[in-house]
Design a protein around this ligand. Structure first.
Ligand code: ZN
Length: 506
């Protein structure tokens, strides 16, 4: 053993005697390496064990466990020397949410074609599925879509400002993506025709009477209803529509039903008003000009709460997304070191309500503490503690020059033993499914780091003992170098023009 050491010293000593060349100086470790190396597996797992502990009860939005998590993150941001960047000098942004349920007796759908009319009560043959209940009744002429419907056909159907009646081919239509496309195209409401008899339909009606929690953004969300076909068959026939034929079509069906008008009157009952937190901290940049621009790191601290009726009922969400929350804390701590402060300012954000429908990031993107166009990039982290030990998926690389920046920074750090690869599952459309999307739609270039799902996904078994903290620490170090590069670059990141058109200007 000793002999090996001596040999190594002898071999190295001639080099140590040489004067340092400019090349050697350039290759000397940057002070920031020490900051990156301050991110350790020990610290990563320490945070995850707190956040994913049973005492947090699965961090549902809203809940005591979520509040405790928000406080924990704030305490870590404070210890890291960050400045609070929430509401009126606090660490927290709070957004309003309400407990509410549909008043089925007070809600109805009326379809009219000439003299034929059907008025359907939500207590009898129609059902609220999801969306923001509008304060006034919605009226409009009807667009009929169906058959083997695709997202492309739905996008091009001219749904803006219309009420859409859907009769999709059950085996051939892509219902989820088509409904999304219709919402994005500006459809006022989407009404699904349910081909089911009244006895079988009754149990479905009760689902809308259940209380649910909703965010109050003042921005309408997609409004999705369902109506039992038998209850409107006569008025549809008067408008020349045979739903069975439409449904059976092997091609997408798009028909303008100019004679058919719909009125949708919905009523809901609010049973409680609450709020939920985002935690936000900031590090001011050292460049007097560039400090007015911000690099944002984000992750969601909420999870899905408790699934009652099983031996272990607490969904710990260690990977989803205590892992990302821990990474944001570690990045804040690393960037908080005096030797690591970059030119641009940095924002560190842990949001809530992600699992409910990207609420916290939606609210933050509508009410940012700094002008949204001063945020030059969002690095979002959701699930980085499991699966491959040496690979991490980076989603969104193709949409801006952040992809090239990441490839370059990654190549500069072979010592991390970590390779960021392209989106492995484009068909899953993950780009649109976590918090970064709320920033992308506002014009902020994003990268989303994600290790993919696993059998413990959204189960009580997503627990801290299954996390690989050594791997996660290496990913977080890579994200440190990436964030540092973006924050010190002379130019801010740029969208690819085609992507900007598709994602921001849509
Ligand atoms: Zn998640």
């Amino acid at each position: 053993m000793d002999m090996h050491k001596t040999t190594a010293c002898l071999l190295l000593s001639p080099f140590l005697l040489l004067p340092l060349s400019p090349v050697a100086l350039a290759q000397a470790p940057k002070p920031s390496s020490a900051a990156a190396e301050s991110i350790t597996d020990h610290d990563v797992i320490r945070h995850i064990k707190v956040i994913a502990d049973d005492s947090m009860l699965g961090r549902d939005t809203p809940s005591h466990g979520l509040e405790a998590t928000a406080q924990y993150v704030a305490s870590q941001f404070k210890a890291a020397g960050l400045k609070p960047a929430g509401d009126s000098g606090t660490w927290f942004q709070r957004y309003a949410i309400t407990r509410r349920r549909i008043d089925a007796e007070g809600s109805n759908l009326t379809l009219r074609s000439g003299k034929a009319e059907a008025r359907v009560s939500f207590a009898v043959a129609a059902r609220f599925v999801q969306g923001t209940v509008p304060p006034e009744p919605i009226r409009g002429d009807v667009l009929l879509l169906g058959g083997a419907l695709t997202a492309d056909a739905a996008t091009g159907a001219g749904a803006a400002g219309r009420i859409v009646l859907l009769a999709p081919n059950p085996s051939k239509a892509d219902l989820e993506q088509s409904a999304r496309a219709l919402y994005l195209a500006g459809a006022k409401a989407i009404i699904l025709l349910a081909d089911i008899d009244s006895a079988a339909y009754a149990p479905r009606l009760s689902s809308q009477r259940r209380e649910h929690t909703a965010i109050d953004l003042g921005v309408p969300g997609p409004l999705l209803m369902e109506v039992r076909e038998g209850a409107v068959r006569r008025v549809l026939s008067a408008a020349g529509v045979n739903p069975a034929q439409v449904r059976a079509a092997a091609q997408p069906v798009v028909r303008d039903l100019s004679k058919l008008t719909a009125t949708l009157a919905l009523k809901e009952i609010i049973t409680a008003r609450q709020t939920a937190p985002n935690t936000v901290g900031m590090i001011e940049g050292r460049d007097p000009k560039l400090k007015h621009e911000y690099v944002l790191f984000s992750a969601h601290m909420d999870h899905i709460g408790i699934s009652a009726g099983q031996p272990d009922s607490i969904n710990n969400g260690a990977d989803d997304d205590a892992s990302g929350t821990a990474a944001v804390i570690e990045l804040a701590t690393a960037f908080g070191r005096p030797d690591a402060r970059p030119k641009r300012s940095m924002l560190f954000l842990t949001v809530s309500g992600e699992e409910k429908g990207l609420w916290g990031s939606r609210y933050f993107s509508e009410h940012p503490p700094v002008p949204i166009d001063h945020i030059v990039a969002d690095i979002n982290i959701d699930m980085i503690g499991r699966n491959w030990p040496d690979t991490i998926v980076a989603i969104g690389k193709e949409h801006s020059d952040l992809g090239a920046t990441l490839n370059r920074v990654n190549a500069e750090h072979p010592e991390l033993g970590m390779t960021a690869i392209d989106d492995r599952w484009p068909e899953e459309r993950f780009y649109f499914r976590s918090d970064h999307y709320n920033f992308a739609r506002k014009g902020v270039p994003i990268l989303f780091f994600f290790n993919g799902v696993h059998p413990d996904y959204h189960r009580p078994s997503d627990s801290a003992d299954k996390i690989n903290p050594e791997k996660e620490a290496r990913i977080a170090r890579l994200l440190f170098y990436l964030g540092e590069d973006i924050a010190n670059a002379p130019e801010r990141p740029k969208w690819k023009p085609e992507s900007y058109k598709e994602i921001v200007e849509q």
